[in-house]
Design a protein around this ligand. Structure first.
Ligand SMILES: [Zn+2]
Length: 482
């Protein structure tokens, strides 16, 4: 059940209301929706995922980039999912049914994976160590991952190419009702062996072109999203090599991100579509969502499909170098009160960002004050006040502050502050900043003790939850005489 049934009804109403002149029905983007790391969310079943899809629909979305590699039960390559055996889709293969449900809501589903790297694929070298990519130091790469730790592959090795093709053929055949692929080039490593080197992206492209063509033979209208690294000839952020300069087929849709693929105007002009994807709904706030929607429109993207990643896997290694995370289940979006099986997207603080996405992706020029009014109406109804909306935004900021992909905000997680203390990164100004933030949360909590609406009650409950994280002993971590 959604947390606020009345508010969901209100959402549907506003989506169909054409009366407000500052809220356009369509806006600048043909593709709207989210990028979601399905493979790193093992705890949600089909009913949960249907609800997530319904939420995307309510946000005005028509596109879901669903990262499925590593999270389907490959018959040919069981090593790709062995690490993920608790995943609900490994246990009850439901993605096909989920795609049918998405279609009933007008949402297209693109199956996501990374060629020669990341989740699922990076497990193959556990059985075939000779396929490991080579690092800049000339040695086989060290293990790497997020949730799924393994090795990226060298695409110059024929066996790596054969494995990628057969694994993807199996995924495509299993979920033949999907609307295409999202082929996400790695953002952390390439292969520096003698055969790859400056030609790495040409080698990767050999596979990308072949699997794209196979998809289009079966389904000519399929959307295949690729990175610009095969065509632009530009510097690829982070790798010290240039992109390849191979012929571009305008049937491809291109994906651009702030950290790994910068907009290429001459390619954008020729592509079937071009998508901007950033982390603002997952990790930042409404102001950043607005700025990114404006950026995507300015770069003439046809779509704004940002990340809504949340993780619920149990860390088996020190993710992000943090030993304290080992053996713990990841806390989706930092919302530590949720049961492992409860998706985080209907939680109040995520609704702040989802409403922002719904509004700013439809109209990037919507005044921020107008967004605040809309947010107030939906969360607090007749009891909305500017003060309550500011308090809600303040609380959202607390959860986003310094949150990383794998670590909750320090303000909601004394364990993390303890690790920072041990690492020597807790400076006096930081301690003062955290104390002031907790004081502000205390004030928010106090203001809504006589709550007038579901929204106020929930605001107060979350503020209380944050304060309850901090025992007397934990609060000493923030004292200056330490
Ligand atoms: Zn190589």
């Amino acid at each position: 059940m959604p947390m606020f049934p009345m508010l969901v009804a209100a959402t549907l109403l506003t989506l169909t209301s054409p009366t407000e002149d500052d809220r356009r029905a369509d806006g600048p983007f043909t593709q709207r929706g989210y990028y979601i790391t399905f493979m790193r969310m093992p705890t949600y079943d089909l009913a949960d995922w249907k609800r997530i899809v319904d939420g995307i629909h309510n946000d005005g979305g028509n596109t879901l980039m669903l990262w499925v590699a590593g999270a389907f039960r490959s018959k040919k390559y069981p090593v790709t999912w062995k690490y993920n055996a608790e995943h609900e889709n490994i246990r009850h293969d439901f993605v096909g049914e989920l795609i049918d449900h998405a279609h009933s809501k007008g949402i297209k589903v693109l199956l996501g994976f990374t060629p020669f790297g990341y989740d699922g694929v990076n497990q193959y070298p556990l059985e075939h160590p000779e396929l490991k990519a080579i690092g800049k130091d000339g040695k086989p790469v060290a293990p790497f991952g997020i949730g799924c730790w393994g090795y990226n592959l060298c695409p110059s090795k024929p066996e790596s190419q054969r494995f990628m093709l057969e694994y993807l053929r199996e995924m495509n055949a299993r979920y033949s009702n999907a609307d295409g692929l999202m082929i996400e080039s790695s953002d952390y490593a390439i292969c520096h062996c003698e055969d790859c080197g400056e030609h790495f992206f040409e080698k990767e492209f050999a596979f990308v072109r072949r699997i794209s063509e196979e998809v289009w033979v079966k389904k000519p209208e399929a959307t295949v999203v690729v990175y610009p690294h095969y065509f632009s000839g530009a510097d690829v952020p982070g790798f010290g090599v240039k992109a390849a300069k191979l012929p571009f087929d305008p049937r491809w849709t291109l994906m651009f991100t702030p950290h790994s693929a910068h907009p290429e105007p001459s390619l954008i002009e020729r592509a079937k579509g071009s998508l901007w994807s950033d982390d603002s709904p997952a990790r930042k706030g409404p102001q950043e969502i607005r700025a990114n929607a404006q950026h995507a429109r300015g770069a003439k993207m046809t779509g704004y499909v940002p990340s809504l990643e949340a993780f619920t896997f149990v860390a088996t290694v020190a993710e992000e170098g943090q030993e304290w995370l080992k053996g713990r289940r990841q806390v989706p979006l930092g919302f530590g009160w949720l049961d492992p099986g409860e998706p985080p997207y209907d939680a109040l603080l995520m609704r702040v960002n989802r409403i922002a996405y719904r509004e700013f992706s439809r109209n990037p020029d919507l005044a921020f004050d107008r967004y605040k009014e809309i947010l107030g109406e939906e969360v607090f109804g007749a009891f909305a006040t500017p003060r309550a909306v500011d308090d809600l935004l303040e609380l959202q900021t607390v959860f986003a502050a310094e949150r990383t992909w794998c670590q909750p905000s320090p303000l909601t997680c004394p364990e993390r502050v303890r690790a920072m203390q041990a690492a020597g990164t807790m400076t006096p100004p930081k301690r003062g900043e955290y104390r002031a933030a907790l004081d502000r949360i205390h004030a928010v909590e106090a203001r809504y003790r006589e709550s007038k609406s579901d929204g106020e009650r929930e605001l107060r409950r979350i503020a209380r939850w944050v304060l309850d994280r901090w025992s007397v002993e934990d609060r000493k971590l923030l004292e200056d005489d330490r």
